[in-house]
Design a protein around this ligand. Structure first.
Ligand code: PMP
Length: 302
């Protein structure tokens, strides 16, 4: 923790690397995970949102009282709202209406202006509305477009990857991460490829279009993000919502780690990789914690 931090920006990144090796099915394989709920907006999206905002400011894209506009399934919205508040920038978000009450209350707390879209259209419905709003009045908005903004993946190329490299002294053999906008996987993966081409890069997706893995995209049926680099991954794993839920429940009850559902999916994927290899050092990402999912039924299902 920083002392004497003067703004929320100073608290982004430098998250702890948790040792999850107890969850590895192979005792010759270590599993570590970045605890991204330690960011000020409680998710990995603080990294991307703060970098996109700062780049826009530097380039003058927020001058003349422009409103920051984007679509988000939740965590990026919270990040935009809090950094917007810190900088005095107005924030308008297009969000699917099925995000948790916790998430809605957070957006209100930070003073963001929210346009809700039907749950049935998920994050793609929100993307379409945000694009339409921008096309109607382009002079009014800075459309941050996290799905196509290179500053999104760069936040991980320059930030997340370097932190992991330092924390592991470059000893990792496998990197496993979920795909939403794909910023985390693309940025971190690209840097690791440069630092050590032998590191295996494994991306994680929901196993089906209808899933409960908030923040992740089923690429074969979704609007594919412009920043997504389909050639980067050595392997891609599809994870079932139930498998992620089971791990989330288990980690809370047995170890006191309260992780989110996409974190559960990432850990399940890391375990499947561990079971297949002789030995290794796997690093994965826990994009957020469990607080925003506490209303979900799965906690009581076993
Ligand atoms: N998990 C959660 C909970 C998220 O909010 C996101 C962001 N959509 C992701 C995973 C995926 O991160 P990225 O957008 O960097 O691919």
């Amino acid at each position: 923790m920083q002392t004497g931090a003067r703004s929320v920006f100073a608290l982004v990144g430098n998250t702890p690397l948790l040792d999850l090796s107890f969850a590895s099915p192979n005792r010759r394989v270590k599993i570590f995970a970045k605890a991204e709920w330690q960011n000020p907006g409680r998710s990995i999206k603080d990294r991307a949102a703060s970098r996109m905002l700062r780049a826009a400011l530097r380039r003058g894209q927020l001058e003349h009282d422009k409103i920051l506009l984007d679509s988000t399934s939740g965590n990026t919205g919270v990040a935009y709202a809090l950094f917007g508040a810190a900088l005095g920038i107005r924030v308008r978000l297009v969000v699917p209406e099925n995000v948790s009450a916790y998430q809605k209350n957070l957006l209100t707390a930070y003073g963001a202006d929210v346009i809700w879209t039907p749950a049935s259209e998920s994050s793609d419905g929100a993307i379409r509305v945000a694009r339409a709003l921008f096309e109607e009045s382009p002079a009014r908005y800075f459309y941050a477009n996290q799905y196509g903004n290179a500053e999104n993946w760069r936040a991980h190329y320059f930030g997340t990857a370097r932190e992991i490299w330092k924390q592991t002294r470059g000893l990792l053999t496998h990197f496993v991460a979920g795909l939403g906008t794909s910023g985390t996987f693309t940025g971190t993966g690209r840097k690791f490829r440069e630092l050590n081409p032998a590191i295996r890069l494994i991306s994680v997706q929901p196993d089906s279009p209808l899933h409960g893995l908030e923040g992740l995209k089923h690429m074969p049926t979704a609007i594919v993000p412009a920043i997504y680099d389909a050639n980067l991954a050595d392997e891609n794993l599809g994870i079932e919502t139930e498998a992620a839920q089971e791990l989330v429940r288990d980690l809370a009850r047995r170890k006191g780690w309260l992780i989110g559902l996409s974190s559960g999916a990432a850990l399940e994927a890391a375990r499947r990789v561990a079971a297949k290899i002789e030995s290794g050092f796997i690093v994965t990402i826990f994009p957020d914690g469990g607080h925003r999912y506490l209303e979900e039924r799965f906690w009581n299902e076993n």
